[in-house]
Design a protein around this ligand. Structure first.
Ligand code: A2G
Length: 432
């Protein structure tokens, strides 16, 4: 493999990774990391014995050497961070742990820190991580896998080649019926029972509490990440303002009553999260964006993408494209498939064999790949701390907007003006 840094032999030594959190998300990163000859998983950490046992089985099957295991307390991860010679860590824990763990990793001197989506809870969390990464000259990457979805990348390619003309309006979101994820009966698998909190298993232990206490777009990054890369947010463009609206809240209560009966104690819980939260963003270069968070009611999964410019648009839900003067019939949708094939992104052309078996249709391969290749080359991660903060801060901003009666709120500039000069180099080639 070639190197961007003269004299650096990329094949010389494996990247030494630690993984904090080997729950259902972390174990999938673990399995992908074990598949790579250029990675050594030297340490893992979790507080859940059942998940650690599953991790042991995954490692044993891989034939790779056993990592050091850290467990026994919520702060055992700090001992993992104190290990000598870690090149990077991956954090896949409940949302409220991401910012403290990233900050501790940076304080421990680790130069490459990857976290699962959601960077922090409050606005201040996001500033703290940005400032810590800057002062430590370290890289913080949020593992936003949808930026690498094959259709999304083809559309990014189309945007860059001007197929849609000049961009005007973009939509996306997180539209996923999570009722069977937010509630369970304390045992795997999902989709059984109506417990959450300490009596529940996996995400329902922690994720559901955010629906009890918070009203906002709780999960903006799968939608906004790809759209931010298409519009060059923090890379020649930036968000100026945001406003959010929330519907009434019905779905979670209805689900508890339907599955646990109206006398179940959880039927008394008052959820704050509006069932559908709609957020509007305005960009410095004149585009608008609309994000939707919709997780409490029956609906097939769809991130609801729409990418629209002066010449045409793409929408994912109907797999449809229309481009003026180019589509088969005037005023009629083309099936998007041929367009997406024609503009297939170079990353997918080069790596699609390696994505086989990786989660979420293969796109999970690319987030780990991007993180590892950046470490090997000693360069910035493909998505950086400014991307992470900007996408994730939509949650606390949307909470403020709703709290203020749907007011428009200012969007912070985490780059402190550098957005005007930064190049949009995300997925510029076929390497990572
Ligand atoms: O549902 C999907 O897999 C989400 N990912 C993931 O982020 C998480 O919310 C999960 C629920 O268990 C995508 O939608 C890409």
């Amino acid at each position: 493999a070639g190197s961007l840094i003269p004299g650096l032999n990329l094949d010389a030594k494996a990247v030494r990774l630690g993984i904090i959190g080997v729950g259902f998300r972390g174990e999938s990163h673990l399995a992908l990391a074990l598949r790579r000859p250029d990675v050594e998983v030297v340490a893992i950490c979790d507080v859940d014995d059942q998940m650690l046992q599953r991790a042991h089985n995954i490692i044993a099957k891989s034939g790779k050497p056993a990592p050091k295991v850290f467990t026994g307390s919520d702060y055992a991860y700090r001992d993992l961070l104190a290990l000598q010679g870690l090149d990077g860590v991956i954090i896949a824990t409940p949302w409220e742990w991401h910012a403290p763990m990233v900050l501790d990793a940076l304080a421990a001197g680790i130069k490459y820190v990857a976290t699962e989506v959601i960077l922090g809870i409050t606005l201040q969390d996001h500033w703290d991580v940005v400032k810590a990464a800057e002062s430590r000259k370290a890289h913080v990457m949020m593992l936003e896998n949808v930026c690498y979805r094959r259709d999304v990348m083809a559309v990014l390619n189309m945007v860059r080649q001007g197929v849609f003309g000049e961009l005007l309006h973009l939509q996306g979101g997180y539209q996923h019926d999570l009722r069977g994820v937010k509630f369970n009966d304390g045992q795997p698998p999902y989709n059984h029972g109506v417990e959450f909190g300490p009596k529940a298993f996996s995400e329902a232990r922690w994720r559901t509490n955010h629906s009890v206490h918070r009203n906002g777009d709780l999960y903006p990054t799968h939608g906004v990440g790809p759209l931010a890369m298409m519009t060059g947010i923090n890379r020649g463009n930036r968000f100026l303002s945001l406003s959010s609206f929330a519907t009434k809240t019905r779905g979670l209560h209805n689900y508890i009553v339907a599955n646990g009966g109206e006398n179940h104690p959880n039927a008394k819980v008052r959820f704050r999260l509006g069932d559908i939260v709609t957020t509007q963003l305005h960009c410095a270069n004149g585009e608008t964006m609309l994000l939707q968070h919709d997780t409490n009611n029956p609906r097939p999964y769809s991130l609801g993408f729409r990418v629209q410019g002066t010449e045409g648009l793409w929408m994912d839900v109907a797999n449809s494209v229309y481009v003026q003067g180019k589509s088969a019939h005037e005023d009629e949708w083309d099936v998007a498939t041929d367009w997406l094939k024609k503009y297939d992104h170079p990353l997918w052309q080069r790596w699609s064999k390696d994505t086989e078996g990786a989660g979420h249709g293969g796109m999970d391969f690319f987030v780990l790949h991007g993180f590892v290749e950046a470490i090997k080359r000693g360069v910035a991660t493909p998505m950086d701390v400014y991307d992470a903060a900007t996408w994730s801060v939509i949650t606390p901003l949307s909470e403020s907007s709703i709290e203020l009666g749907f007011q428009t709120v200012d969007f912070p500039d985490f780059t402190s003006g550098q957005w005007m000069y930064r190049a949009n180099d995300f997925a510029a080639g076929d390497e990572f």
